[in-house]
Design a protein around this ligand. Structure first.
Ligand code: PLP
Length: 422
C-alpha cells in the first residue's frame, strides 16, 4: 500500500513513509504477513510488546467474553469492574514489594506521568511539598506525554515544541556518582524522584554497568528520593523476570509498566506503587487525601481481561524466564555482524533485546543509513527497528532457534546490501 493516505505515523518521516508503508495484515507466533502476503520474522515483537507472539486465541476469547459480559466500566470514585480488581491483585502479588498498590492507565506514557505526579503528591502529603524535582538519564525514554518528554533524555524528542516544564534535569546514564552529584546540586530537600530504565530501550539498548542499579537505588534511599523503575519494556519476561528490575536486589518505590502486560493486544499501563508511597492515600478511614488523577480508560475491563489472559499465558507456558534463557542465543545471533566494516558496536547479553550500531562514518555520511539497514533486513524477511545510529531487535519470547538463525543470516546480508548503497 504505497499511495498517500490520511494516516500520520508517530516518529516518522512521512515524506518517505507515504511511498513505502509496510501494512501488516496478519500475525501468528513470531511471524507477521504484509498486505502483499509476504511473511516476516517479527524480530521487534512489534514495539517491544508482543512477548507471547501474535494471534493467540486465548486473548481473542477473553476479550470477546468480556465484551459480551461488560463492554466498559470506569474506576472513578467508587466504581470498579471485576477484571481491574483481579488484575491489580495479581500484578501486586508479583511485585517486589509486598502490599503494593496498582494504578492503571492507558499505556506507558500515561503511567510515567502518573508516577511524576504521585511522587510529588506523596511528598506534599508527607510535609515536604518542596520536593518536586525529577532526575532522568541521558538517552532515557519515558514516552511522549508532558512529563515523560521532560524526564526523557533524548534531546531531539523535546526539541521544537516550546519550553519544557521546570524542575527536570538529566545525568549520564552509566554513572551513579553523577546522580549523587546532581542531587547535591539541586539539594536533596528539593528532589522527588529518579527515573531509570533497567536497560535503556528506545534510547538505543544501553545496558547498565555492573553494580549501577544497586548504587543508584542506594543513593536514592540515602537522600529520600523515590526510585522509579521504568519497566515499560523491561517487564513481562523481556529481562527474564516479571518486572525486569526484580533481576537486581533493589527495591523500587514505583514501577511503571505497560506493553507486555497484555502482550500489546489492548492498550494498558500499570503503575505499581510500594506501600510506603501509597500510604498517605490509604489511611483506612474516610477523609484520606485524594489523588486527583486518572485517565478515562484507566482499568478498562476489556484491557484488564486481556491482561489476565496474558498472565495466564506467561505462567502456563513458562515464558517469563525465557528472556534470560535466550539472552545468550540472541547475543550469539547478532554477533554474526561483529567485525563487519559498517558495524561499530553490538550491544547484547542482558535480556532478550539487542542493538547493532553502525560506524560514525556511515551515519555521519548518511543519517538515513539505519532506516536503510532496517529496509534491507525487511527485504531479507526480518523486521528490525531502526533506532538512533543503528537497529534494535527484541523478538517475541516464543521465538526459538530457527528464528534466531534467520536473524543471524539476515543481518550480515542486509549490511552487505547497505554497504553497496553507501
Ligand atoms: N517508558 C518506556 C521505558 C518506554 O519504552 C515507553 C515506550 O516505548 C514508554 C515509557 C511510553 O509508553 P507508551 O508508548 O505506551 O506511552
Amino acid at each position: 500500500m504505497s499511495a498517500q493516505h490520511a494516516l500520520w505515523h508517530p516518529f516518522a518521516d512521512m515524506g518517505a513513509v507515504d511511498g513505502d508503508r509496510m501494512v501488516i495484515t496478519r500475525g501468528e507466533g513470531s511471524y507477521v504477513w504484509d498486505d502483499a502476503g509476504r511473511r516476516y520474522f517479527d524480530a521487534t515483537a512489534s514495539l517491544w510488546y508482543a512477548n507471547f507472539g501474535h494471534g493467540r486465541p486465548e486473548i481473542t476469547e477473553a476479550v470477546s467474553r468480556q465484551l459480551g459480559e461488560l463492554d466498559s466500566w470506569n474506576l472513578f470514585g467508587y466504581n470498579a469492574n471485576r477484571p481491574a480488581v483481579e488484575l491489580a491483585d495479581r500484578v501486586a502479588a508479583l511485585a517486589p514489594e509486598p502490599g503494593s498498590k496498582v494504578f492503571f492507565g492507558s499505556g506507558g506514557g500515561d503511567v510515567v506521568d502518573t508516577a511524576v505526579k504521585l511522587a510529588r503528591a506523596y511528598f506534599a502529603q508527607t510535609g515536604r511539598p518542596e520536593k518536586v524535582h525529577v532526575i532522568g538519564r541521558a538517552q532515557g525514554y519515558h514516552g511522549t506525554h508532558g512529563f515523560g518528554t521532560a524526564v526523557g533524555g533524548i534531546p531531539a524528542n523535546a526539541a521544537g515544541v516550546g519550553p519544557q516544564p521546570p524542575s527536570f534535569s538529566h545525568v549520564a546514564y552509566d554513572d551513579a556518582a553523577a546522580l549523587e552529584a546532581e542531587i547535591a546540586r539541586v539539594g536533596a530537600s528539593r528532589v522527588a524522584a529518579f527515573f531509570c530504565e533497567p536497560v535503556i530501550g528506545a534510547g538505543g539498548v544501553l545496558l547498565p554497568p555492573d553494580g549501577y542499579l544497586e548504587e543508584v537505588a542506594a543513593i536514592c534511599r540515602r537522600h529520600e528520593v523515590l526510585f522509579v523503575a521504568d519497566c515499560v519494556i523491561a517487564a513481562w519476561g523481556r529481562l527474564g523476570t516479571w518486572f525486569g528490575i526484580d533481576r537486581w536486589p533493589v527495591r523500587p518505590d514505583m514501577i511503571t509498566t505497560a506493553k507486555g502486560i497484555t502482550g500489546g493486544t489492548i492498550p494498558l499501563g500499570a503503575l505499581v506503587v510500594a506501600p510506603e508511597v501509597a500510604s498517605p492515600f490509604f489511611t483506612g478511614k474516610p477523609g484520606a487525601p485524594i489523588f486527583r488523577h486518572g485517565p478515562t480508560y484507566a482499568g478498562h475491563p476489556v484491557a484488564c481481561a486481556a491482561g489476565l489472559a496474558t498472565l495466564d499465558i506467561y505462567e502456563r507456558e513458562g515464558l517469563i524466564p525465557r528472556g534470560r534463557e535466550l539472552e545468550k542465543p540472541l547475543a550469539d545471533a547478532v554477533s554474526s555482524v561483529r567485525g563487519h566494516t559498517l558495524v561499530a558496536e553490538v550491544r547484547a547479553g542482558l535480556g532478550f533485546l539487542a542493538a547493532v550500531e553502525l560506524t560514525p562514518e556511515v551515519v555521519d555520511a548518511d543519517p538515513g543509513a539505519p532506516v536503510k539497514l532496517q529496509r534491507a533486513c525487511r527485504d531479507e524477511g526480518v523486521i528490525v527497528r531502526n533506532l538512533g545510529r543503528g537497529v534494535a531487535v527484541s523478538p517475541p519470547l516464543v521465538a526459538a532457534e530457527p528464528e534466531l538463525d534467520l536473524l543471524a543470516t539476515a543481518l550480515p546480508k542486509a549490511l552487505d546490501r547497505l554497504a553497496a548503497q553507501v
